[in-house]
Design a protein. Structure first.
Length: 144
């Protein structure tokens, strides 16, 4: 009998980025994604939901995706999260330009006491600055 996959991260909730969502069905990722979801450790930020819903190919796909995302825990972008995102951008000024969406996703995760599940180097830097867990969905460069 095969052991069940372990959830991602250290056991704290994880706000996933679009980069993780888009890779969730990869056979190398799916068992751990499912274990993390089933453990109730996945949360979605409205910034990610907007990115994903904007890419829906039709109304049916939009509705299905909207329902799936609404069923997950939420990591809202509050005023405090916005302030934290701005603080992180000030701290990183001159070091590297990052997408505004990534600041907001990481800051929303930090406010919720969560880490970020991703496949994007930006989050290593942002999570370090915000003092939260950065979790790769797969080893960098190992999947498309």
């Amino acid at each position: 009998m095969q052991n069940a996959a372990e959830p991602y991260g250290s056991g704290t909730p994880l706000v996933f980025d679009t980069s993780a969502w888009n890779r969730r069905t990869n056979p190398a990722v799916l068992p751990r994604w499912t274990a993390t979801r089933d453990a109730g450790l996945l949360a979605v930020c409205p910034v990610v939901a907007l990115e994903l819903l904007a890419a829906a190919p039709d109304e049916e796909a939009f509705g299905d995706l909207d329902r799936a995302l609404k069923a997950l825990a939420q990591a809202p972008v509050t005023r405090n999260a916005g302030d934290a995102a701005l603080g992180a951008s000030r701290e990183l000024r001159g070091e590297r330009r990052l997408p505004a969406a990534d600041y907001l996703i990481a800051a929303a995760a930090a406010e919720r006491g969560a880490g970020v599940l991703h496949y994007d180097h930006h989050f290593d830097l942002l999570c370090r600055v915000l003092g939260i867990e950065s979790v790769w969905i797969a080893e960098p460069g190992s999947i498309d």
